[in-house]
Design a protein around this ligand. Structure first.
Ligand SMILES: Nc1nc2c(ncn2[C@@H]2O[C@H](COP(=O)(O)OP(=O)(O)OP(=O)(O)O)[C@@H](O)[C@H]2O)c(=O)[nH]1
Ligand SMILES: [Mg+2]
Length: 214
């Protein structure tokens, strides 16, 4: 994808969760190789999109230090990732919004272009990433989505009606599921501190492999 095509896509990092499985931590501020997870995700997404947004519900000042606008959920009850997507759509000034969670630090460096190509080819409103598990089965990755900004009202209405499930809302719209490669390690998310440490080790192993191929 060219830089001018990137410019029509706003990148949104979702860091608005409760972090229950990490002892209530504000996960985006947890370090990954010394860099806060939210900042790491912003850096990985930046070359793939135009403007950036960060969705967070706590510690606004700490998140603001990453240098992109911070948007909080419109409702204050931790309604799940869809609420973060809705906040992103509400502040999105481009025709498209690409979403990634903060807790999946090894997400593909070439994620957005295949989503955009598939959205365009299918003339769909949503492109959702999917990835192959160890048995070759395709698993949806619902928080990795490319959305048309025109879905703003639909999503707000869905949330107002008490909806929470990303997949269920996506299925109400013309959507395409895009095979983005293997689940491991690219789509492995850190829900606990142990998982975060394991992802740090996995990324070091990958670097060692590049430095000294077998
Ligand atoms: N804006 C927003 N994002 C959320 C919410 N809940 C989860 N997310 C985001 O959705 C993505 C996946 O979240 P999970 O790992 O399932 O949930 P979490 O809240 O981070 O952690 P747990 O409480 O341990 O489930 C992460 O990027 C979260 O930041 C929410 O209520 N609001
Ligand atoms: Mg998670």
């Amino acid at each position: 994808m060219t830089t001018s095509q990137n410019a029509i896509i706003t990148g949104l990092v979702l860091a608005g969760g409760r972090g229950t499985r990490m002892g209530g931590a504000d996960k985006g501020l947890e370090p990954f190789h010394g860099v806060p997870l939210a900042q790491h995700a912003l850096r990985r997404l930046a070359p793939q999109v135009g403007p950036l947004l960060l969705n967070a519900n706590r510690n606004a000042a700490a998140h603001a230090r990453f240098g992109v606008p911070v948007v909080a959920d419109l409702q204050g009850d931790f309604a799940g990732p869809l609420a973060g997507m809705a906040a992103g759509l509400a502040h999105c000034a481009t025709p498209l919004l690409a979403t990634v969670p903060c807790d999946t630090p090894l997400f593909p460096a070439d994620l957005v272009a295949p989503l955009a190509a598939a959205l365009d080819a299918a003339q769909a409103d949503i492109a959702m990433a999917a990835a192959r598990d160890g048995h070759g089965a395709l698993r949806s990755q619902p928080v990795f989505c490319l959305l048309r900004a025109t879905l703003r009202e639909s999503l707000a209405a869905y949330l107002r009606a008490g909806g929470h499930k990303v997949q269920a809302w996506v299925e109400q719209h013309a959507h395409v599921v895009v095979d983005c490669g293997a689940v491991t390690p690219a789509f492995c998310n850190a829900n606990t501190r142990e998982e975060l440490a394991a992802l740090e080790r996995a990324s070091l192993d990958a670097i060692k492999k590049i430095a000294a191929p077998a």
